[in-house]
Design a protein around this ligand. Structure first.
Ligand SMILES: Cc1cc2nc3c(=O)[nH]c(=O)nc-3n(C[C@H](O)[C@H](O)[C@H](O)COP(=O)(O)OP(=O)(O)OC[C@H]3O[C@@H](n4cnc5c(N)ncnc54)[C@H](O)[C@@H]3O)c2cc1C
Length: 522
């Protein structure tokens, strides 16, 4: 029987995909000084079930995470075949042609003090919102890197995250956790889950006959959700009636030439029943079609994917590539933490990777677990309530934000796009926001947490990128001095663009230099 004042010392992580290893790394690095007698982490993963092996786009938060766990950015870039990502470019979402807009990682200039969206309305026909308020969309259009070879590790000139090879990233984290952070790695299939009298998990039984005892269990078993989903029967709250995409076809695409440019943003190109992601790594591209199986057949979807790939690569090469199918059950668990078990990663939930929200959610979840690590069993229940409250809200906000990408479309070329605009498929809070934004620009009041995954600046980029309009209400005037401040920020942005265009190397050039020389250590 668990005593309420018993210390939490043994953490068992089930699953060795990126969620498992990132969680292990964050928890272990934060406790490197006390590891062994007072605290220990064991990670168990199946030798037979491979990690999902996709998930190649991160948020800028990954820089802080990698720094926190004590790895060098140069090593990370070299060993994980990483490149720089500065945001996403959405092609064909409004009209289904080649029109495009950016959601860059940089906040609009002067974001804390002035809402540039309001001042931009006057010349919205001349310049896109992203181009007017940030240099980053222009940097991406030119395939430029977000820093120079002399810029120290993790320091940005323009805000950035990464594109990376997911399988290499798991191996990189594993090596670091085991060799540097004292995490015990067990390769075995979990065959049973043993309970205490109070319903807590006491231990995991392994097929080998061994048993792993623990005080706290982290479920990172991916779609299996072995502990939270299967053992505790916490149901998945499906989001398929809002975000229809339930299947992905993924391919690894070689460059036509070794020195082809590496895109500095994830390309998301709309199709008739979903969208195609295109991620540039140094040695290949990761390309895949996420679609709704209710709106297109697998054959037709694969044909669209191969047609997309054949541009640049040729139909013959595109036709010969292996394509892997993944089934997505879009949704999140009704509770993410139950008893002494918390789920992180796909075991907690998964929704189409439109804004690469999965790994950043892993980082945020593991960081909260580590920062507020429960000292004893009594604290576990308190933290569980706080964790559930915070991350269930995050999930709802992610769903709303992803849906925003669809609902302003003017496409009517397929049922998929028409259905996405169906009133019954749009969360109520999002419907309300869009009504408000017709007469006021998205701004700080539309956010909730200081570290919201998608701050109101993200709403601005997508809302105006998709052609959303704001007719500022006549009874609202900007606070005194705002117009002058806004004009100064627009000018500042234009100067910044000129200066950065002349000083930043291409993404490919910087990656090549990092391979050769490395970045300066901080
Ligand atoms: C098509 C697609 C594209 C994506 N793109 C992005 C992206 O661009 N950006 C992003 O942030 N995320 C993306 N994701 C999500 C991302 O891939 C995952 O969030 C991330 O890889 C974490 O996965 P995971 O570790 O939770 O699960 P997995 O990688 O599936 O790992 C599960 C682990 O559990 C272990 N396991 C399972 N059962 C047992 C058992 N019985 N005993 C022992 N071990 C067991 C397995 O061996 C494995 O180690 C994408 C996902 C998909 C499907």
């Amino acid at each position: 029987m668990a005593k309420m004042n018993a210390n939490v010392k043994q953490v068992v992580i089930a699953g060795g995909g990126t969620a498992g290893w990132l969680s292990a790394a964050i928890l272990a690095a934060d406790r490197a000084a006390v590891a062994s007698a007072d605290f220990h982490i064991t990670l168990v993963e199946s030798p037979d079930i491979a990690p999902i092996g996709v998930g190649e786009g991160t948020w800028p938060s990954m820089r802080a995470t990698l720094k926190r766990i004590g790895v060098s950015e140069t090593d990370f870039i070299r060993e994980c075949s990483a490149s720089f990502k500065q945001g996403s470019k959405f092609v064909g979402w409004t009209h289904g042609h080649s029109e495009a807009y950016y959601h860059p990682f940089s906040l609009p200039e002067g974001y804390d003090e002035v809402n540039l969206a309001a001042a931009w309305q006057a010349f919205s026909e001349q310049v896109s919102f992203a181009d007017a308020v940030s240099a980053q969309s222009t940097l991406c259009e030119h395939g430029l890197a977000p820093k120079q070879i002399a810029t120290p590790e993790y320091v940005p000139v323009a805000n950035y995250g990464y594109h990376l090879d997911s399988a290499k990233f798991s191996n990189f984290l594993q090596k670091h956790c085991v060799e540097k952070l004292g995490v015990t790695h067990v390769l075995a299939n979990i065959s049973g889950i043993n309970s205490q009298a109070n319903g807590d998990i006491a231990s995991l039984s392994l097929q080998s006959g061994d048993r792993i005892d623990g005080d706290l269990f982290v479920d990172c078993t991916g779609f299996t959700s072995l502990l939270l989903g299967q053992h505790y029967q916490i149901p998945l709250v499906s989001q398929q009636d809002i975000l229809f995409n339930d299947t992905a076809l993924a391919a690894q695409v070689p460059y036509a030439r070794v020195d082809d440019p590496i895109a500095s943003a994830t390309l998301a190109t709309a199709q008739t029943a979903g969208w195609i992601w295109d991620i540039g790594l140094p040695h290949r591209r990761g390309v895949g079609y996420v679609y709704s199986s209710a709106h297109i057949t697998r054959e037709k979807a694969e044909q669209q994917l191969r047609e997309y790939i054949s541009t640049g690569l040729g139909a013959q090469h595109a036709g010969a590539l292996d394509v892997r199918e993944l089934t997505i059950n879009p949704g999140y668990r009704q509770k993410l933490w139950h008893k002494n078990c918390v789920a992180i990663g796909i075991a907690a939930g998964f929704i189409e990777p439109l804004e690469a929200s999965a790994l950043v959610l892993v980082e945020l979840s593991a960081t909260m677990l580590s920062d507020q690590f429960p000292v004893n069993r009594e604290a576990v229940d308190i933290l569980a309530r706080r964790f559930n409250d915070r991350f269930l809200t995050q999930w709802q906000r992610i769903v709303e934000f992803l849906k925003l990408h669809y609902i302003l479309t003017r496409r009517s070329d397929s049922d998929y796009w028409r259905d996405h605009c169906g009133q019954g498929t749009i969360p109520e809070r999002l419907q309300e926001l869009v009504i408000l934004w017709r007469h006021q620009c998205p701004w700080h009041q539309d956010g909730r947490f200081i570290d919201d995954l998608f701050p109101p600046a993200s709403f601005q980029y997508v809302y105006y990128g998709m052609g959303g309009k704001t007719q500022l209400a006549a009874n609202r005037s900007q606070p005194k001095g705002c117009d002058e401040k806004a004009m100064a920020e627009f000018q500042n942005n234009r100067r910044k663009i000129e200066q950065l265009l002349g000083s930043l190397p291409s993404n490919r050039e910087l990656i090549n230099k990092i391979m050769q020389y490395g970045l300066p250590k901080i």
